[in-house]
Ligand binder design. Structure first.
Ligand SMILES: [Mn+2]
Length: 357
């Protein structure tokens, strides 16, 4: 296991590499070329520049999150091959540069959905939150406007203004796409990229849908154990793997997180570990990483990862906004640093316990 932090690049992130370097036990970053639109090829020059900036700061790139999949690939449009070709070239360039972990998602239109980006908690911190009744009142095309005021002046991943301008059109594109079609389009995409993944040993790690159910009537497939195992069997190659995100799978309380981890042994290449606090079945907020602050048993999650031999990068996922920090919601320095330290502590204890048995 390697502890990492997500970093959006010096142009976009409020957190610096220097700060990340000072979190004990964090040795790598998970990053991306944030300004390259989905569907365009990543050049070797741009990848090399990103790599050297990170290594100059005494860190290294542990994985890419994300190389976004163009909507035409997800809907299976007649011109999807052109976008898949660009994706393959991007993977080839990443492979040539020695980067071989790629997180991506296959969620229609919205990367993730929350009803609030800055809900106040009793201790004065703010967190991202989800309330189904509030979401049901939102018109999708107005989603961006409804949350824009809480972004602290940052650009939110998955909520780029260009994308939001096209929301209506995107919804129309998905009008005849159901879960089966989405599965078929994912299979087509995976089969097309597996040869380059095998050549460069690139581990693809699909991120679950967040929340893990259909939102605004759009199909969602990466939501539970049954579906993720279906996907693993559909293209049975170790390079077709998973980003295990506890906070996303955990939105559905029927998902038994440690059991899911055990059922995916060998196929989890990357882990996002965070906690949620449920206030009711239809309302949750992103808690501190500590088990006691939320609804998950973080020890059992880390233990399942340990016991299945997980050896990829982990990152504390979203954190609370604390100590008056102004940052991209969920991606401040302070609470993620606390999360990394806590998860490292759990891991050390589990590891040492295992040795004495
Ligand atoms: Mn995640």
């Amino acid at each position: 296991m390697e502890m990492t932090l997500r970093w959006y690049g010096s142009e976009f992130d409020t957190v610096s590499l220097k700060q990340i370097r000072q979190i004990a036990g964090v040795t790598g970053v998970i990053t991306t070329l944030y300004d390259v639109p989905a569907g365009e090829m990543w050049t070797r020059e741009a990848i090399r520049k990103m790599k050297s900036e990170v290594s100059d700061a005494g860190l290294h790139i542990s994985g890419i999150e994300s190389v976004n999949v163009h909507e035409k690939i997800k809907i299976g449009a007649s011109d999807r091959d052109k976008y898949i070709e660009n994706y393959i070239k991007t993977l080839e360039n990443l492979g040539e540069e020695g980067l071989n972990l790629v997180c991506y998602n296959f969620m229609p239109v919205f990367d993730w959905t929350r009803s609030e980006l800055a809900r106040s908690r009793a201790d004065g911190s703010t967190v991202l939150a989800y309330n189904q009744e509030d979401i049901d009142k939102i018109v999708p095309e107005k989603m961006f406007e409804s949350i824009a005021g809480d972004m602290n002046g940052t650009v939110m991943p998955g909520w780029e203004p260009e994308r939001m301008e096209r929301v209506k059109q995107l919804f129309e594109m998905y009008s005849d796409i159901d879960e089966e079609k989405l599965f078929a389009n994912l299979e087509y995409f995976l089969k097309a990229i597996m040869p380059v993944c095998n050549k460069y040993d690139i581990k693809m790690a699909i991120h679950p849908d967040d929340p893990a159910w259909s939102v605004f009537g759009l199909p969602r497939i990466i939501i539970n154990k049954k579906n993720i195992l279906r996907m693993m069997n559909m293209v049975d190659d170790v390079h077709n793997g998973v980003t295990f995100c506890s906070g996303s799978y955990g939105t559905n309380r029927e998902n038994d997180l440690p059991d899911m981890i055990r059922s995916l042994e060998g196929r989890i290449h990357f882990a996002h570990v965070r906690n949620l606090r449920f206030n009711s079945d239809t309302d949750f907020e992103e808690a501190a990483h500590l088990s006691a602050d939320g609804s998950f048993d973080m020890y059992e999650i880390m233990k399942a990862l340990y016991e299945t031999g997980f050896d990829g990068p982990i990152r504390p996922d979203h954190g609370r906004m604390i100590w008056d920090e102004k940052a991209m919601p969920g991606y401040g320095l302070y609470d993620r640093a606390l999360g990394a330290s806590y998860l490292n502590g759990l891991w050390e204890a589990i590891k040492k316990n295992n040795k004495t048995i």
